[in-house]
Design a protein around this ligand. Structure first.
Ligand SMILES: Cc1ncc(COP(=O)(O)O)c(C=O)c1O
Length: 382
């Protein structure tokens, strides 16, 4: 039987060699590899600055802090996202205000977003779901008209493009945060990167990721008094390890070929599953390059097999899938408990949570694998 996992990182000998070099160097965190990875990642995005941290969540947290968002502020977040987007808002003491998403692109719904703006709103957090950029032109129009910051959650979208420009490169955004969790486009085990064109934000993020210390240990080795430092702010330990950074450098060298493989697989799903009764396929908006972290379909009422059973049957055939996400974030127990949110408030996000299946597109999936997955789906749903 075939075994097609939902995600599988591709780690080559080069990355293993780089990691061993770090281990031999005895400089294990926040050093030259981190600097190099940051420089390469900012160039990849077409941005001016990049700050390496130890998770995508840490990058989001810093992105909000660097915008000065805090208690009493509201931040607009899509209801259909990873909890990290909303958690980051909670960490700074602000309130996440959840909007519904579009049922076919799975991205933030612009009309719903407009309705959520109040005099307390300080920022919008667009999430480029599964690698498809949000409608950034509309979002920037709204942010300009209402004087709001745009803090992008780009965890799914390295290499994705909107209007011919890479996600992470937009001057209109305050920052964009990326994640290097194992199932992402590139991985560092755990890791993240905050990318920005704003020098002040980059400086502050640099400070806050390492306790608020004014100079990194690496920089201090080059001074006359390497033991001396001052703490300017109440920062965190969000430093990226050198092991992660070394992996990241090797992974970044291959990101374009990884993403090409993902797109090719997604296109194959699209052609194979076109017109199949019982499922809805995702839609793509014009003028974007979708980076396809996964290919998400909805299993509708006409399907002979319900979503949950379908996942189990696919598993029996060796096909790994995932669900993004099993419950809309505001309806997760913690948010219901804190804010008293009720079912029925975000119809599209709630429908997606009940009907979605994410199919594997990673570089280890062949065209033959995609056909195998599609044949299994066709047999089970129609
Ligand atoms: C949309 C989104 N935002 C943020 C995160 C958090 O990233 P990390 O796991 O690196 O903290 C994730 C997932 O991993 C995600 O999918």
């Amino acid at each position: 039987m075939k075994e097609i996992p939902f995600g599988r990182p591709v780690i080559s000998q080069e990355e293993k060699k780089k990691v061993l070099e770090v281990l031999d160097s005895a400089w294990l965190t926040h050093g030259p590899n981190t600097k190099d990875f940051e420089a390469k990642f900012k160039d990849f995005c077409g941005a001016k600055h990049a700050v390496g941290v130890n998770s995508g969540t840490a990058a989001l947290h810093l992105g909000l802090l660097c915008e000065g968002i805090g208690p009493g502020d509201e931040v607009i977040v899509p209801a259909q996202t990873h909890v990290a987007t909303a958690h980051a808002v909670m960490y700074v003491g602000a309130k996440p205000v959840f909007t519904d998403v579009e049922v076919d692109t799975y991205n933030i719904d612009i009309n719903s977003l407009k309705e959520m703006i109040t005099e307390k709103t300080k920022a919008i957090m667009p999430v480029h779901f599964a690698g498809q950029p949000c409608k950034m032109k509309e979002i920037y129009e709204i942010s300009k008209d209402n004087n709001l910051a745009v803090v992008e959650d780009a965890a799914h979208a390295p290499g994705a493009e909107y209007g011919g420009k890479k996600i992470g490169s937009f001057e209109e955004s305050s920052s964009a945060s990326f994640s290097f969790y194992p199932v992402k486009h590139i991985t560092t085990g755990e890791g993240g990167m905050l990318v920005t064109n704003n020098e002040k934000i980059a400086e502050k993020a640099n400070l806050l990721r390492a306790f608020g210390i004014d100079k990194s240990t690496w920089k201090r080795t080059k001074t006359e008094r390497p033991w001396f430092y001052l703490v300017d702010d109440l920062g965190f330990n969000y430093r990226m390890t050198e092991i992660s950074a070394a992996m990241g450098i090797g992974q970044l060298d291959k990101i374009n070929s990884f993403t090409d493989a993902r797109i090719k697989n997604a296109m194959k799903y699209e052609s194979e599953l076109q017109g199949v009764k019982g499922i809805n396929l995702p839609q793509t908006i014009p003028d974007v390059k979708h980076a396809y972290l996964f290919y998400q379909i909805l299993v509708n009422d006409e399907s002979k097999t319900g979503r949950d059973v379908l996942i189990g049957k696919l598993k029996e055939k060796g096909i790994g899938t995932s669900v993004h996400y099993p419950v809309a974030v505001p309806l997760m127990p913690v948010y219901k408990r804190l804010f008293g949110f009720k079912e029925g408030t975000w119809p599209n996000a709630e429908k997606i949570a009940k009907e979605a299946i994410s199919l594997p597109v990673h570089p280890g999936v062949s065209e033959e694998d995609v056909v195998y997955v599609c044949d299994a789906i066709k047999e089970l749903v129609q």
